[in-house]
Design a protein around this ligand. Structure first.
Ligand code: CP3
Length: 356
């Protein structure tokens, strides 16, 4: 039905099957550090215009693949599409990041929230997936994604990016049951959203839990991991008898890896504060690991950058189960040549870790 993948080393590594070299892609690989992205972004007028136009979303998804030897494409979209479709009114204010016109805080506001039908109010997302998949024609796998219920809830309750998380934590301490009801609804929304992306053609899914790391260990399990798990258990991770691997990335989650490894996800994303070799020793062969170069290393002189790449490959060591990535998204002012040098260093150094 669909073109078989010509390069499946990313999928194989996520499933801990043998590979010839370590696959590599980069969080926010389609973005402002690329002049060709900035051109299309300007044409589109706004970031959301870019996301809601399947043709433009497809174009920018493919841009980094034209430049670099990447082993995966990631759908160009945003995690805040779900709350937008729930009616919160998403706006990206220049220099301030995302904001919602109608944040939710009361029981009534939370109960009223619909679970969006992805083929209705979020139709532009599966439409973009169908188009990208056709254009990719099996070159590399396509990653679909969602925010985690907890991370989506932080934006929906705070109404914008936050440092202190006073409103969401206020809700957590004052009315935990109300927060649980919001998280349960978001888990369902995430499940149907990811299921629609799988049906439309993504080959792997990733859940971004950007703000899980601001919780205490017990809170992390109760308010973040539990719902990331609930969202996953609502999805059939298969298409045409192909397994669709799922990745969980909790920024700042390095101290909870053993619990995360038992959550049902096939792979865990690591930020750069975790030693990937130590992480591997902890999780054993239960999950694959993705990461975890410090995004600031891309500002370093190329020899120093290459050495950082080598250290991560060496720390993970021999054998499959590693997907090379940054520990968080690439910064907009990074030199694209340094991104290329990072990717080439993975191609150059990693085969030595996959012999025999
Ligand atoms: O990785 C990719 O290439 C795919 C696209 C992608 C974007 N956002 C595009 C984007 C993905 C996977 C995301 C996820 C996302 N969005 C997260 C989780 C990952 C993370 O970084 O922790 C979060 C927290 C968001 C919410 C969001 N969207 C923020 C905080 C911002 C930054 C605002 C800013 O002005 O920098 C965005 C906007 C955004 N999402 C941009 C891109 C390329 C930049 C917008 C622009 O081009 O003007």
């Amino acid at each position: 039905m669909t073109a078989p993948l010509k390069n499946d080393c990313f999928i194989r590594a996520l499933l801990r099957q043998p590979v010839d070299r370590t696959p590599v892609w980069m969080m926010r690989q389609a973005g402002r550090y690329l002049p060709e992205y900035r051109r299309v972004r300007q044409q589109a007028g706004s970031f959301m215009n870019l996301c809601t136009s399947p043709e433009l979303a497809c174009e920018v998804t493919l841009q980094p693949l034209e430049r670099y030897r990447l082993d995966a494409a990631i759908l160009f979209s945003d995690i805040l599409t779900i709350p937008d479709a729930m009616g919160l009114g998403l706006e990206f204010v220049e220099g301030e990041g995302p904001q919602f016109r109608h944040p939710v805080r009361t029981a009534e506001e939370i109960q009223r929230l619909p679970v969006p039908d992805p083929e209705e109010s979020l139709r532009y997302v599966p439409d973009a997936v169908r188009l990208i998949r056709r254009e990719l024609a099996g070159r590399v796998p396509l990653i679909g994604f969602s925010g985690s219920p907890w991370t989506l809830a932080t934006y929906m309750v705070e109404g914008r990016s936050s440092r202190e998380f006073r409103k969401i934590k206020g809700l957590m301490y004052e009315q935990p049951q109300l927060l649980h009801s919001l998280l349960a609804k978001l888990s369902e929304a995430v499940s149907v959203y990811l299921q629609a992306q799988i049906a439309a053609g993504v080959d792997a899914v990733m859940v971004f839990d950007t703000w899980g790391g601001v919780l205490s260990p017990l809170q992390y399990r109760q308010f973040s991991l539990q719902y990331a798990q609930q969202a996953l258990s609502g999805i059939s991770l298969e298409r045409d008898e192909q397994k669709i691997p799922a990745i969980l990335f909790t920024k700042g989650g390095g101290q909870w890896l053993e619990t995360m490894a038992a959550s049902g996800y096939d792979a865990l994303g690591l930020d750069w504060t975790t030693d990937i070799g130590e992480a591997r020793a902890l999780v054993g062969d239960r999950v694959a690991l993705q990461g975890n170069l410090d995004p600031q290393a891309l500002y370093a002189p190329i020899p120093a950058l290459r050495e950082e790449v080598r250290l991560i490959l060496e720390s993970f060591g021999s054998g499959s189960g590693h997907v090379f990535n940054l520990g968080h998204g690439v910064w907009p002012d990074v030199n694209p040549d340094h991104v290329g040098a990072m990717i080439e260093a993975v191609h150059e150094f990693s085969p030595a870790f996959h012999q025999g």
